[in-house]
Write a protein that binds this ligand. Structure first.
Ligand code: MG
Length: 397
């Protein structure tokens, strides 16, 4: 099956790309990047979970050879909507085919569901433009094995890690890094009294001060769990121990992260809060796209401020450090519990403060089982979801 869509250089030296999760927030911005890049990329595969109308619209605009839909029941309808001659595939196998069809694979799937895409792309020796941090966090031991496949490479799309990736390009070895400073906007509840956070609504949590993103990551930003997952992501991507990964709140979201070196120098990457830049960086790496997305306007006053996160109000950050340091299956439990808790919060079943409570309670029940296979990752995810669902049910009343 895989041999039918070989990794190939497209016409006129363009790079072939697969956009997985193409109808989501990252995916639609990736389409904009491709369209702005003047033939530099040839989209050979598109994939989405269930949004067939937008997926078909993208297929007409980009003319990929292959279109994959996660929900198999939607495949016949999709086949009617795409241009004649487009191959339509579905289900996990279809997504895997899309995830191995190109030289560069963007994983823009939301949540743990992105793990098969990450594993398929790396296992086929592709460059993975990774926007799906949950697959790396939860499946780290098996993702690291797949990453060792010849030709496989992860270029992070997550803006903080993309910034660190750029900074590290001028650093000879990881020994020269004193610490990574991951910046956080602080989310909509920065500076709030912890007691006042009991009453926040879904609408409050979905208003992000600087970034426009999907609902799951926006809620994660409001709890700082997003930053917690990013601490684990940074540990896995760059191989630094947790004592050398710190979080600093930077409300303007212009400095996307920093690397402090052993000689006291600090490197940083700056730009406006616009995901099209890291998406373009990851798709084009090691080349830079000659298209500027939201450069900083230095002609007017630019204020850059930094402060420590309030670890009392935002317990999820501490929980993530705890899970990361425990290693093994603990990050998978953390991630699964958080996905369950965030879904319950978005559905109006639990309050905002209960997200951290559900995650803490679930993590307390972590059975310590190691993760050495994909099945073990799936089992850890399943067990943690069951525990977290109980914790939600007790609170939902
Ligand atoms: Mg980020």
């Amino acid at each position: 099956m895989l041999a039918r869509w070989p990794s190939a250089t497209g016409p006129m030296g363009s790079t072939t790309v697969s956009l997985i999760g193409s109808t989501g927030s990252i995916g639609t911005q990736a389409v904009e990047v491709v369209q702005a890049s003047d033939g530099r990329f040839e989209v050979v595969a598109l994939a989405a979970h269930g949004s067939i109308d937008l997926l078909a619209e993208q297929a007409h605009a980009l003319r990929p050879a292959l279109v994959a839909i996660g929900e198999p029941a939607l495949a016949p309808k999709l086949a009617e909507l795409v241009p004649p001659g487009t191959e339509v595939v579905s289900g996990p196998e279809g997504l895997a085919a899309a995830a191995t069809a190109a030289e560069v694979v963007l994983n823009g799937v939301v949540g743990f569901a992105g793990l098969p895409v990450t594993l398929a792309a790396l296992g086929a020796g592709r460059r993975l433009a990774l926007a799906n941090k949950e697959s790396l966090v939860a499946g780290a031991p098996v993702v690291q094995q797949a990453r060792a496949t010849p030709g496989a490479e992860i270029v992070p799309v997550d803006s903080e890690h993309c910034a660190v990736h750029q900074c590290l390009a001028s650093v000879a070895s990881v020994d020269q890094v004193a610490r990574l400073l991951l910046t956080a906007s602080g989310g909509p509840f920065r500076g709030r009294d912890p007691a006042s956070l009991a009453e926040v609504t879904v609408e409050d949590a979905l208003v992000h001060p600087t970034w426009k993103m999907g609902p799951k990551i926006t809620v994660d930003s409001s709890t700082l769990m997003n930053k917690g997952l990013e601490v684990i992501e940074a540990h896995e991507l760059f191989g630094l121990d947790y004592d050398r990964i710190e979080v600093v709140v930077h409300p303007q979201s212009i400095v996307h992260s920093m690397v402090e070196l052993v000689d006291g120098a600090t490197l940083a990457q700056l730009s406006g809060p616009d995901m099209r830049l890291p998406i373009g960086y990851a798709l084009g790496y090691p080349e830079r796209l000659p298209v500027a997305f939201s450069p900083v306007d230095w002609g007017r006053p630019v204020e850059l401020t930094f402060e420590r996160p309030d670890r009392r109000a935002f317990g999820c950050l501490e929980l993530a450090y705890r899970a990361g340091r425990a290693g093994g299956g603990a990050p998978a439990w953390l991630n699964a519990a958080n996905e369950v808790a965030v879904a319950a919060f978005l559905a109006g079943r639990i309050g905002w403060l209960a997200i951290a409570e559900v995650v803490a309670e679930t993590l307390d029940a972590f059975d310590g089982a190691p993760i050495d296979s994909v099945d073990a990752v799936l089992e850890a995810d399943r067990a943690a979801r069951a525990r977290a669902s109980q914790a939600v049910a007790r609170r939902a009343g």
